[in-house]
Write a protein that binds this ligand. Sequence first.
Ligand SMILES: NC(=O)c1ccc[n+]([C@@H]2O[C@H](COP(=O)([O-])OP(=O)(O)OC[C@H]3O[C@@H](n4cnc5c(N)ncnc54)[C@H](O)[C@@H]3O)[C@@H](O)[C@H]2O)c1
Length: 324
Amino acid sequence: MASDFRGQRVLVTGGAGFVGSNLVRRLVAEDAEVTILDDFFTGRLENLRGIPPEAYRLVRGSVTDSELVRQLVSEAEFVFHLAARNIIASTRNPYEDFKTNIGGTLNVLLAARECRPQRVLYTSSVSVYGNPRYLPINEDDRISLLTPYAVSKYSGEGYCQAFYESYGVPVVVVRYSNVYGPWQDPQNPYCGVVAKFMQRAQAGMPLEIHGDGQQTRDFTFVEDVVEATIQAALSPKSEGEVFNIGTGVETSVETLAHLVSDLYGLEVAPLHIDRRDIDNIRRRVVNIEKIRRTLRWTPNVTLAEGLYRTQRWNEECTSGEILP
Ligand SMILES: NC(=O)c1ccc[n+]([C@@H]2O[C@H](COP(=O)([O-])OP(=O)(O)OC[C@H]3O[C@@H](n4cnc5c(N)ncnc54)[C@H](O)[C@@H]3O)[C@@H](O)[C@H]2O)c1
């Protein structure tokens, strides 16, 4: 494991969330001095379980608090900006999304313009592509903003680019694609489909598929996502760049349901229920050539392996080896 973060002061906004807590674990393992800023909208203290409390500082607060953000950014060499309202919360309340996802990002960038950390990494989403014209989707393909969440995540990207070009703020943008894995909370009503399927499978209940199940996604294991995020933050080659982070493998929700059912030995067939208002993307799989070429990052974990490792983690939680 590289130790480029040893002794570095790192701010992780949204560090008590799903991806954030996995990233914090990794940074702490690399002996970084980690500060987490989280308002616990979807974040949980439990996500940080097992990390020695003295290994990080936890600040309860919001990225919408510009003074607090300025203070924390001024103390950091690296800023990982993950705090965000997710797609479901955002669709229900676009104004809250606007305040956190756009306003919060602007606060981070304004602070970075003044305080000059070595790098600001902004986590965007493949949602910005909407329904793509071509597959797999390249970073410079058409942007199509079909949800308020896509608008806010892309606005954050726009500000990153503008602050890079106008003020020389050293930013990098990563677009995540359907992340899954340990510490994704199935109790969280906003969590992704893998955690929801696993929760029902574990209870022996039929999996619920919204629509016909032929919608496809590029499911990415969180450990791979964390590795790509770290590399993007460290590499001099990534400054000012935008990278897709995915696997390049397209999987239908129906296929995912079968994989999860097989893993749990579930004998009941999935139920097809109504589409939701956020289910307006038919097919999605990203091209990861750019990050592969630039940073030499490739995903290591296949979907079957990632599901297996997530199931094992769920079982350890249930058995009390890890308390969720
Ligand atoms: N999980 C995915 O599949 C996925 C896909 C694309 C992009 N992303 C992006 O990755 C990032 C992390 O996502 P996640 O899946 O870990 O979601 P998450 O909801 O688990 O984490 C987000 C964290 O941000 C915190 N937060 C929300 N509003 C805040 C505010 N105003 N101030 C401070 N903290 C706040 C939440 O409490 C939570 O801990 C987000 O920016 C998200 O948009 C995730």
